[in-house]
Design a protein around this ligand. Structure first.
Ligand SMILES: Cc1c2[nH]c(c1CCC(=O)O)Cc1[nH]c(c(CCC(=O)O)c1C)Cc1[nH]c(c(CCC(=O)O)c1C)Cc1[nH]c(c(C)c1CCC(=O)O)C2
Length: 362
């Protein structure tokens, strides 16, 4: 084990829950917790483009810390401010954000893969994320752990081919079904970059990792097992092997495969992740029954409950807490997807307070 030089950690609740311990209360954070619902975030964004913020460690650090400062003592993890689309950029693609992601030159046919960098030097291309992580770890002063992340290969592949968001993923699916071998090869190429990127984030100071497969639910169970699952397994095994080989702490890894609840039992047994993130389409107690006590669970309140007012939030948190506490195993409280821009920050505060109140282990 390496001993690092960062300030000592004062709140390890999320690390214990991720390792499967039933904690005295559930640790809580929310996806996109540093985002547009915060006036202090919008203030920084007035003067800086989205990817400029990602590429400037001082700005990324400042924004990562915003929810930690606003909700001191209520939130149990920070997540580095960045985006899943920095990997396509590192592979040589141009990505704009206006206001959603847009690729001026997406991959149209497999011949376009030759436009990607053959060898991706992650340190060179994404060293700014590593610098932001190191700076954030220092400025957190051990208050809460710092989460690093990447997009899953299938979700990134879909963006690289669609050229942005899409309702049907028709272009990405054309690739899967017309060029399955070329698709698998590209998916594995992306996965290798993910591995380097995640290992680099741990070296830089990330204490937990999350892989976002936001579009997993667009695939049938069969296609998920053919096109996404092998890359997710490749990432978990390779990251763990590399961390062990380099004598680094074995960091818990969270997989958020949105919409792939059909695969929960299989993923719990086989995918090699410590925590499975859940969207809100599955009942907490049912999810716990399906996975047994082999993994911790994270989630899963519908983010739109935050628009329902304090009573609705309290009732949903109480119900969710009872569900997750039915079985054994760790639980990290979160939303079932990212918080959206219209939420009143005081309603998020209330969500955190309700988690503190209702998630106690009896
Ligand atoms: C699919 C995806 C993306 N990015 C991400 C995903 C996976 C999670 C998910 O499914 O939501 C992940 C992401 N994006 C961002 C983070 C930072 C950490 C966090 O607070 O969670 C993380 C973890 C910042 C961001 N990434 C983005 C913003 C808002 C952009 C802005 O400031 O104008 C933030 C705070 C932009 C972004 N980035 C992306 C989209 C589709 C958009 C635009 C639409 C939207 O805002 O939801 C791609």
């Amino acid at each position: 084990m390496t001993t690092d030089t960062f300030p000592p950690l004062r709140n390890d609740l999320i690390l214990r829950a991720a390792r499967g311990e039933a904690t005295e209360r559930a640790p809580v954070w929310v996806m996109r917790q540093a985002g547009r619902y915060l006036p202090e975030f919008r203030e920084v964004r007035k003067d800086h483009e989205f990817f400029e913020v990602c590429r400037t460690p001082a700005l990324a650090t400042k924004i990562t810390l915003q929810p930690i400062q606003r909700y001191t003592g209520l939130v149990d993890a920070s997540i580095i401010f960045s985006d899943i689309l920095v990997i396509p950029q590192a592979m040589g693609m141009e990505v704009l954000m206006n206001p959603g992601p847009q690729f001026p030159d997406p991959l149209v046919t497999p011949a376009d893969v030759s436009k990607l960098r053959e060898v991706v030097n992650v340190q060179k291309e994404l060293g700014y994320v590593f610098d932001a992580i190191t700076q954030t770890r220092n400025e957190l002063k051990g208050e809460v752990p710092l989460i690093g992340f990447c997009g899953a290969p299938w979700t990134l592949f879909a963006y690289m081919i669609e050229g942005g968001g899409s309702k049907t993923l028709q272009k990405a699916k054309t690739w899967l079904f017309k060029y399955p071998e070329e698709s698998k090869a590209l998916l594995l190429r992306i996965a290798d970059v993910c591995v380097d990127f995640l290992v680099g984030q741990v070296k830089a100071g990330a204490q937990l990792l999350q892989v976002f497969d936001s579009w997993a639910g667009e695939l049938s169970p069969h296609d998920f097992s053919i096109f996404s699952y092998p890359t997710l397994l490749h990432i978990s095994t390779s990251v763990r092997r590399r961390l062990a080989a380099e004598n680094l702490h074995s960091t818990p890894i969270i997989l958020f495969a949105k919409g792939a609840n059909h695969a929960l039992g299989f993923l719990a047994k086989n995918a090699g992740y410590d925590v499975l993130g859940l969207d809100w389409m599955i009942d907490p107690a049912e999810a716990r029954r399906v996975v047994g006590d082999s993994v911790a669970l994270q989630g899963n309140m519908d983010p739109n409950v935050l628009y329902g007012g304090k009573d609705a939030i309290e009732a949903a948190v109480k119900r969710m807490s009872e569900g997750f506490r039915e079985g054994k195993g760790g639980w990290i409280a979160n939303l079932g997807h990212g918080i959206t821009p219209g939420v009143d920050p005081e309603d998020l505060r209330w969500f955190f307070e309700c988690i503190h109140k209702y998630s106690h282990q009896s």
